[in-house]
Design a protein around this ligand. Structure first.
Ligand SMILES: *Cc1c(COP(=O)(O)O)cnc(C)c1O
Length: 416
């Protein structure tokens, strides 16, 4: 049996690299080659690979408790995870629902929001999402996400969502007005709005300003629309604050967390909600319960990893490392002035730019060419079409950062 890899066209015979071990920002092959993980292994890794504190927590919990049924039962690692996470969140968040991936945390959020209205006797099942957004590869996630070559075969099966334009710098009013218009027209049919806060990741690393979130939230409240933020990528320091919504003045009704929740060690997700949403399900009537479960809900080993991660956040200044990486990025701006790169942008741990003189298409050849070039140089970067971005684990050394940027500079001279 052969392995069928994700987002991989096996017909192109890309070689698949076998990794034997990992350490901090490095993926280490069988031959001992050290590849710098410039994209945190698809954005999950925050604290560096094989963090010893997290590894120890996993080891210890594995000796105590594996998966147990989570309906009618609970365990200490889950209770601690709820407790530990609440230390980083406003008191408004009273309930946490566990699942096992970013996509499922989004499914849960959407179902939670629509069920909230349903339990109140309202038919408000329309969802609003943003242009270029990505919310995972399950059907709810794909439906809320942008339509593209990624979900083309399934287009007819996806539910329709209302879309507001991406709030490009200087055009924020257009987005806010579009949402207002939508609400005026059919606000009583809209159940929820879901957004990737501050950065549209898979869509091409498009950034936008926090005040847009404030404005969209205000409008949502006027019309009784549940405001959900998909912090699967942005959560746990990626944008320079623990969560992206910390840069706004609002408290969303629901937030989705996953990737950085266990520091990138083991799958776990959480959908966190306010009391108001929870209360809509609270009843003596079984038909009003929240009908959702994953078999591996609140896996004790995963919860233990999350607890170790949260303890690290509690005991060390993780954001200082993000700031160090961010400061480094600013020192690199000068060299990009002389390179075929436009829209050079920085947010927290993310550095992105668009290669000039190429189409804005994921399958465009320049992305593949660059990917190969970086790989040959033992650097893992996966451009999104002509957008190259760097998003390393926060512990990356300055030496590795310099190496990454030197190779990027060379790639723009040699590959175009
Ligand atoms: C990665 C991602 C998801 C999907 O998470 P999975 O764990 O891959 O299912 C959802 N939303 C956003 C914003 C993401 O970046």
């Amino acid at each position: 049996m052969q392995i069928w890899h994700p987002f991989t066209q096996h017909g192109l015979n890309e070689d698949i690299i076998e990794i034997e071990t990992s350490d901090k920002e490095f993926l280490i092959t069988k031959d001992g080659a050290k590849i710098i993980d410039g994209i945190s292994s698809w954005w999950v890794n925050t604290l560096g690979h094989k963090n010893p504190i997290i590894a120890k927590a996993i080891e210890d919990e594995a000796k105590k408790l594996h998966q147990i049924i989570f309906a009618g039962f609970v365990h200490k690692p889950a209770k601690c995870a709820a407790e530990n996470l609440s230390k980083f969140l406003p008191k408004d968040y009273t309930h946490i629902f566990f699942s096992d991936s970013g996509s499922t945390s989004v499914e849960v959020a959407l179902k939670m929001a629509v069920g909230y209205h349903y339990n109140k006797g309202q038919n408000r099942s329309k969802i609003v999402a943003m242009e270029h957004s990505y919310h995972g590869d399950t059907f709810g996630g794909m439906s809320s996400g942008a339509r593209s070559v990624f979900n083309e075969p399934y287009t007819k099966m996806l539910f329709e969502v209302e879309r507001i334009p991406y709030p490009k710098e200087g055009e924020e009013e257009r987005t806010i007005k579009a949402y207002k218009k939508l609400l005026e027209k059919e606000g009583n049919k809209i159940g929820a709005i879901i957004l990737e806060p501050l950065v549209l990741g898979s869509g091409g690393m498009f950034f936008y300003k926090p005040f847009v979130i404030d404005e969209l939230y205000k409008l949502s409240k006027e019309y009784g629309v549940i405001f959900a933020l998909d912090e699967v990528m942005t959560g746990f320091g990626r944008v320079g604050t623990m969560f992206a919504f910390n840069q706004t003045n609002i408290i969303p009704d629901i937030i989705c967390l996953s990737k950085g929740l266990t520091g990138g060690s083991i799958p776990l997700a959480a959908t966190v909600s306010t009391k108001e949403i929870y209360d809509a399900y609270l009843s003596k009537d079984k038909a009003k319960m929240f009908f959702h479960s994953s078999s591996y809900t609140a896996n004790p080993i995963a919860c233990a990893a999350a607890n170790a991660n949260l303890e690290i956040w509690q005991n060390t200044d993780v954001l200082a490392d993000v700031k160090r990486v961010n400061d480094f990025y600013y020192t690199q701006l000068e060299r990009f002035k002389h390179l075929p790169a436009k829209n050079v942008r920085i947010l927290g741990d993310i550095f992105a730019f668009d290669v000039e003189k190429s189409g804005n298409d994921y399958v465009s050849n320049i992305g593949i060419k660059l990917y190969d070039y970086y790989r040959k140089n033992n650097i893992l970067l996966r451009p999104l079409g002509n957008t190259v971005y760097v998003m390393p684990p926060y512990c990356i050394s300055n030496e590795s950062l310099i190496r990454v940027f030197d190779v990027i500079e060379k790639s723009l001279k040699e590959c175009l």
